[in-house]
Write a new protein. Sequence first.
Length: 410
Amino acid sequence: MAPDSQRDPRTGSPFRFDYESPVLRFGAGSARDLGDELAARGLDSALVVTGSTVGTTPAVMDPVRAGLGARLAGVFAETTPDKRLATAFDAADRLADAGADAFVVVGGGSSIDVAKVASVLAAAGEPREAVFRAFADTGTIPLPDGDLPPVVAVPTTLAGADVSQVAGITAGPESGSVDEETGGGVGDRRLMPASVVADPDLAATTPESVLAGSAMNGFDKGVETLYAASTTPVTDATASRGLGLLADGLRDLGDTGPTPETLEPVLEGLLLVQYGISRPDGSTLSLIHAFGHGLTRTGTLQQGVAHAIVAPHVLDYLFDEVDGRRDLLADALGVADGDDDDPAAAVVREVEAVRDALDLPSRLRDVDGPEPEDFPDVAEATVADSFVANAPPDLEFTAADAEAILDAAW
């Protein structure tokens, strides 16, 4: 091995990359390949899972119906942003009633998570009360042995929640099965979608305000993947390429609005920044996503909007404390050749520029979210978030640090 003084700082660290990717289909009109995708997997029919708005939008559903053709077993258009466990049970029951052997989920992260949980429930066949009781006690649901009904994801937002082996789920007292609001999730490599079909024609039907917020969530997946402790050369490569596409593509989205042509580089970039970030041995999501969870665990603040506000302040803090792989980030974002001696400032400015191009808020005081008196609780929840474990190993992130970041974002 070469001496440290002769070693390329980008190489040489040991790593293990355990990852099974979905089939990735990308391109305008790719929804018309849904039937072929099912056929290639030996699947006879699929239940479409979606929300009521998407489910009644012909510009989305007509291509999905046409693509599935005779393999369309029915449409379950009942998912909500709350991601209810009861809804997942209803979807699993509908799958059985329709005699289908797969889910095709159309929409954003909420619908995708519900479909994944429905897949678990369909395979397990456990009584509702037993599953709700386990969820209330543990925050998760029991996973059965063996295969799960496959999920094919057709994302229509930009949060980048599709190439993932985890799913969040909630339950509330209205279900009659839990006494208080309960949140949790499930993770297993079998929850990775069998296929992801990223069709710009479908994403272009989503309102620009929805796309803008979700876009910051997806964009930050690439940012965090480059500084996370769990990074690998594989994810360095895909996230770097994806961030370059997103930085330019999201500016164009802000300038021209959602069109298939504008969204092509954005969806391609999203597929790349997601590749390899959700693995059996961990994730590359880190501090920004932890703040997203902390700020949105109560109330109506959308997670992508929370990201837009706090991301520059999180990066300022990160770069003050550690290197944060600032050179790699600056190179990926195309700002490595700027006038700054330190690329950290250029990275922060670029993240702010993407946010501003999407016309997203820059201050917590301007949104319906936590107030300053809530910041100590938000800080504690953020530091306790599991994604903090993926921060750079030499970073000592405390509740006081988190509260100072929230103060700066106010």
